[in-house]
Design a protein. Structure first.
Length: 94
């Protein structure tokens, strides 16, 4: 599991144009910690997970690889659309 979220962290860091050192400085972590996260050699603690989600403007679920959509609002919209479609299909059967 750590390797998957490590790749996601690296991808997000590079998208923001940050080096490992810059990310480490922003989070008040050692540069080696960022490297270990990205390599899947160290698990994220709860506080770091929240900080990363806030910094990259993504959900914790996205960081953990549980969802593929970065924007939580898009997830909510999709769920509402799916619910609407299910309700519409049920009403159509009546």
């Amino acid at each position: 599991m750590a390797l998957k979220h490590g790749k996601i962290i690296k991808k997000l860091r590079l998208e923001k144009g940050l080096t490992q050192k810059e990310l480490a400085d922003t989070l008040h972590k050692a540069e080696s910690t960022i490297g270990m996260w990205e390599q899947g050699r160290r698990e994220l603690d709860y506080d770091s997970l929240k900080e990363l989600a806030d910094l990259f403007d993504v959900s914790v679920d996205y960081l953990l690889g549980r969802v593929e959509i970065k924007d939580e609002k898009k997830v909510i919209v999709r769920l509402k659309l799916m619910t609407f479609n299910l309700l519409f299909m049920e009403k159509s059967k009546i």
